[in-house]
Write a protein that binds this ligand. Structure first.
Ligand code: 1BO
Length: 292
């Protein structure tokens, strides 16, 4: 196993906080620990929520070709007045564009829609066994070398696929973005990411709202004066995971980022780990890989 270079930057705001992760670092990428997910956000509502999130202090926005909102994400960013260079922007290549020439063309089309010269992170959205992984990764690395992306990575990759991808990729992969929340055990993927110096980025980190009335999270939340969603997000960032909660409600934006002024104890972390169950996965498709 290689040395783990996956670190979390800590900072202290002068209050009795011992451990405040703000960024997850992997292979030179500095990924803000909380970002805004935009899956299923469309049109003006999407642009508005991106703009608001950035005004509130978010510096990490996640989109994808298949979300059909890259244009609005770019619009929201420009409307916010926040400098492009201060925001970590991720997009993802859809699986039908994995043939090398298609990948380069579709990455450029994403940049046109975003109206950006490059993204911070360009991911393969799902594995696609129809195209040899080494060819797709070669094209992804080429996109990085061409300056279309600062960093590259994968999404929805299992442990076996991570290992295959790491071996085949000509440049380091900085993350695997997967579904992760207290109801889904992702220990194996988490370990595979850490062993390969990759960050884990969690989508659906509050289990699409299913944690709202969870008794364990509510009880722990009461102790810290935080909501179950905030407990969930804090639990993720304390594992060096970057979480990208999606919301279409402006009031939720502040709640989701207000998780850096408290710390969960080891015992509380364990009580949350114990919530994982076999039916925890919420996002599955016919084309999904055989999950770990
Ligand atoms: C089909 C989209 C899954 C999460 O990015």
């Amino acid at each position: 196993m290689r040395a783990i270079d996956h670190k979390v930057r800590s900072c202290n705001f002068g209050t009795p906080i011992l451990f405040t992760p703000m960024f997850v670092e992997a292979h030179g990428a500095r990924i803000p620990a909380i970002g805004l997910g935009t899956w299923e956000l469309r049109g003006r509502a999407c642009a508005r929520i991106v703009e608001q999130a950035l005004r509130l202090g978010y510096r990490h926005i996640d989109t994808a070709q298949v979300y059909e909102n890259e244009r609005e994400v770019g619009d929201g960013l420009r409307a916010s007045g926040v400098r492009r260079d201060d925001v970590f922007v991720t997009t993802k290549i859809w699986t039908t564009h994995f043939a090398p020439n298609d990948l380069e063309r579709s990455a450029k089309e994403s940049l046109v829609r975003l109206r950006m010269p490059e993204v911070d992170l360009l991911l393969l959205h799902w594995p696609n066994p129809q195209v040899p992984l080494a060819e797709t990764l070669g094209a992804l690395a080429h996109a990085k070398r061409m300056g279309l992306a600062r960093h590259i990575g994968v999404s929805n990759f299992t442990v076996a696929l991570i290992e295959e991808a790491v071996k085949a990729s000509p440049v380091p992969l900085v993350c695997d973005q997967v579904e992760y929340h207290p109801y889904l055990d992702q220990a194996k993927v988490r370990q595979a990411c850490a062993a390969n110096g990759m960050a884990l980025v969690a989508y659906s980190p509050v289990a699409k709202g299913k944690i709202k009335n969870d008794p364990t999270l509510t009880r722990i939340g009461r102790e810290h004066r935080k909501s179950p969603a905030q407990i969930c997000l804090r639990w993720l960032v304390q594992q060096n995971v970057s979480a990208i909660p999606r919301t279409s409600r402006i009031e939720r934006l502040s709640e989701n980022i207000d998780i850096f002024d408290f710390e969960l104890s080891g015992a509380e972390m364990d009580r949350i780990f114990a919530l994982a169950n076999a039916k925890g996965r919420l996002t599955d498709f016919g084309f999904a890989p055989k999950w770990d």
